[in-house]
Write a protein that binds this ligand. Structure first.
Ligand SMILES: Cc1cc2nc3c(=O)[nH]c(=O)nc-3n(C[C@H](O)[C@H](O)[C@H](O)COP(=O)(O)O)c2cc1C
Length: 412
């Protein structure tokens, strides 16, 4: 059982916070709720108090009958300072819904109500779940505030796209469903090892597409599952993770920043922009080695296709390019999808040629592991030796790869 502090700010989705409390208490967690004054216009304190079995606080200056204790916990003998005691007792602090206004205050470090004061004083994992109209969410101010919070290690439980509260409107901004909010909280609580705390990890995921004409492309069947599994696992170890996602149809793990790209050239550009600032690079994307020398503007007609010849030219080796400008303290890991017998030998060559710290090899001649399936089986090669990771879920393989990364880090 864990102690979850829930901050509710003013938005229509505040009603969903009631369901979250119901799920969290049913799962055995002790929950306390703090509300902003505006949120009471949407949902009153009585429902939260009834569901949590604990007083709900709105003002820093009001008396807390429970003296900062959570249900099942003995209150201290003295009269503590409310907001400090609440967060000192909490294992995680989730603000859901987080209004645009509250996000702006958190990014600026304001502490003008109980909810924001608690956020500033919190030592436990802090999660925010934005919920608002899509125009408010997409506004550069809100996006900049979220970027600031992510940068500080706050876990952002991304909103969902769909029908919005305002009549007839669709878009991104719906509060994540209560079950997802609870899962994000539990993931933050379960972060047993923070071996990558504060480390900036850049991951490329998915497979690039090289356009032949406006509708056709040369691509590969990489789904991005391995890259996203790495992103999720690194995030849980306390890393600040950015994923450069090439044609990845899967959802982004909570707390992870994502940049979408299509072609090898776009992936190269995004990785080059992010690389200088990262501490660890995990190059898991399948990047095209060749791209059509010419792309037709429109759709090629059938008559043209019948005698179609596509001239291909090599793409840049993104990883080799990044490695050439690596700075001290950076850890670089490549991924090699190899066929058959000499897979390890070829991968060892790449490790040396590209001056990498490690290379993760998988045998793509097998149908049960590798591209576009949930499992993988890899060998991690570094100067320190080789570790074979037998067939396992991509989440488990990701943990093994990150164990290797931690041991390769300068302080590891
Ligand atoms: C009917 C109504 C619905 C609103 N819904 C939202 C919302 O979903 N998200 C949001 O960020 N703000 C919403 N607002 C605006 C906030 O309530 C307002 O910015 C308020 O100052 C937030 O205060 P707080 O962040 O201290 O809770 C809404 C306002 C009204 C009147």
């Amino acid at each position: 059982m864990s102690r979850i502090l829930l901050g509710v700010s003013g938005g229509i989705a505040a009603y969903k916070a009631l369901e979250l409390v119901r799920l969290a208490t049913a799962a055995g967690h002790a929950v306390r709720v703090v509300q902003t004054p505006a949120s009471r216009r949407f949902v009153g304190t009585a429902s939260f108090a009834a569901l949590t079995g604990a007083p709900v606080l709105v003002s820093e200056f009001e008396h807390d009958p429970a003296r900062g204790a959570f249900p099942g916990q003995a209150p201290p003998a003295h009269e503590p300072i409310g907001h400090l005691q609440l967060v000192a007792n909490a294992d995680a602090y989730l603000i859901a819904p987080a209004s645009a206004n509250t996000l702006a205050k958190l990014a600026a470090g304001l502490a003008d109500n109980l909810l924001t004061s608690c956020a500033l004083a919190a030592h436990c994992p802090l999660l925010v779940a934005p919920a608002m109209n899509n125009r408010m969410y997409e506004h550069p101010a809100t996006q900049a505030n979220l970027a600031t919070l992510r940068e500080r290690g706050v876990i952002v439980v991304e909103p969902e796209a769909g029908r919005l509260a305002s009549r007839g409107e669709q878009g991104i901004g719906r509060l994540a469903e209560p079950a997802r909010l609870l899962a994000a909280c539990e993931a933050a609580l379960a972060s047993p090892r923070q071996g990558l705390a504060g480390v900036k990890v850049l991951i490329s995921a998915g497979g690039t597409r090289e356009p032949i004409d406006s509708v056709r492309f040369i691509g590969n069947s990489s789904s991005g599952r391995m890259g996203l599994a790495l992103a999720q696992a690194a995030n849980r170890r306390g890393a600040r993770v950015t994923v450069v996602a090439a044609n990845v149809a899967l959802p982004t793990p909570d707390g992870v920043r994502r940049r979408d790209v299509v072609t090898a050239a776009e992936l190269q550009q995004a990785c080059e922009q992010e690389f200088g600032d990262c501490d660890v690079l995990l190059m898991a994307a399948a990047v095209a080695d060749f791209t059509p020398a010419h792309t037709s503007d429109g759709k090629l007609e059938k008559a043209e296709r019948e005698r179609l010849q596509i001239e291909l030219q090599p793409t840049a080796d993104v990883l080799a390019g990044l490695s050439a400008r690596r700075r001290e303290g950076q850890t670089l890991v490549g991924f090699a999808a190899e066929h058959g017998d000499r897979a390890l030998e070829r991968a060892r060559g790449k490790l040396l040629d590209k001056r990498l710290d490690a290379i993760v090899v998988n045998d793509i001649s097998r149908a049960d592991v590798g591209f576009d399936v949930d499992h993988n089986e890899v060998t991690i090669i570094s100067a320190a030796g080789e570790r074979h990771v037998p067939r396992a879920s991509k989440a488990q393989v990701a943990e093994a790869i990150l164990d290797a990364v931690e041991s390769l880090r300068p302080s590891g």
